[in-house]
Design a protein around this ligand. Sequence first.
Ligand code: GDP
Length: 463
Amino acid sequence: MMYTDSDPIIAIATAPGYSGLGIIRLSFGGAGAGGAMQLMNALFHSQLRPRYAVYVPFFDTTGVPLDRGIGLYFPAPHSYTGEHVVELQGHGGPVILHLVLQRCLDAGCDIGLRLAQPGEFTRRAFLNDKLDLAQAEAVADLIDARTEAAARSAGYSLEGAFSRDVHRLVSAVVDLRMLVEATIDFPDEEIDFWRAADAPGKLSNICDALATVQRNAKQGALLREGVSIVLAGQPNVGKSSLLNALAGAEVAIVTPIAGTTRDKVTHTIQIEGIPLHIIDTAGLRDTQDEVERLGIAQAWSEIKRAEIVLHLLDARNKISKEDYEIAQHFPVGVPVVRIFNKIDLAGIQPNVRDSVDGATREISLSARTSIGVDLLRAELLRIVGWQTCQESLYLARERHLRALNAARVHLTTATQHATCNLHALDLFAEELRLAQEQLNTITGEFTSSDLLGAIFNRFCIGK
Ligand code: GDP
């Protein structure tokens, strides 16, 4: 049977396990108020007063209470999904929750009640205009946030800050388009139009505003995705010690992404809330263990995608043949920081400088005493382009950055039409239209159903 966006749906909304409370959520879709009433009659033997927390028994088919808890009824459109919603807050044991869930499914059988797909409640909220797409994504990002900074900026996006800025850009583009379209029909007045309406000036303001949004979004994307860093160097040069020193400085080890084999060799720490996924090549050794081998194979492929390489050397020794061999594995075009470790033994002061050929940065530090580790942290932040003390970061996704970038390309082309060729008004208009289309994909006004599927499938069930 095909699932539709109007089926009544149900899911346990709280995490699996044993807890004080467990929440089950129902959204009635096309079954509407009638469906909600039918279910409430069966389950509570009564109707809940809208938007009141009511303490009620959850009855089984024979009229015996399975559990007692709070029932909440949110009639459409004033609910999370915008549909009629009933929420049950009972006790949070897996068995009792599944009993109540099954009871609801039985009671809702004839209205077609089914289990919700991952993210389906939020998908409905989007389809019913409760949230736009960027906000819906922020819901998932808020739940998944691994650092405080990530959670704060996801909250900021959810509250609509990112969407508002994008809307502001869109309406500026629309205003300009209207001006242009009005002029296209009167070719003789084109020149007047450029002068009187100051189209190039307006366009350049839009480009400036877009650049600001792009900057904030890029920083936010850093908070979400983090940066992957390879820690390379010969055995005993101090890789593990450096990792500890970097992590210890913030005392916050971020929960590793569970279930991936890369956990074995990847450690995620944070600096100023930015997750740094550090691949410790000390873990890349020959092994008989099949699982570990898989992890190592994956680590090598991650090294190829690394964004920064930290190459550790012993400050007491000259750069050796082995060190050059290690460097050959580094991905091309990726910034390398050469770190001279153990300066406490070499009697050197901590410092940061450019290499003689100017190609890499060099830092002298001691992983054991942590002297100079601050220089490295500052250097890492500099490389990723992090600016401190920013208030308004949105937790942007790769998808948003791509759309902003594409919009920028269209606006740049429009600028060229405006400056080079006064007779290209229709081309100018077309580029504006394309830029607007790109911006609209962010908030979801112009979005394919494939994209919606890809976005919402990654949610957890019950959200
Ligand atoms: P790895 O094999 O590259 O991961 O190196 P380790 O971090 O395990 O360090 C190897 C040895 O060097 C250990 O005994 C560390 O205590 C020592 N070590 C690491 N960094 C320093 C440092 O900055 N100063 C001193 N004196 N010893 C260090």
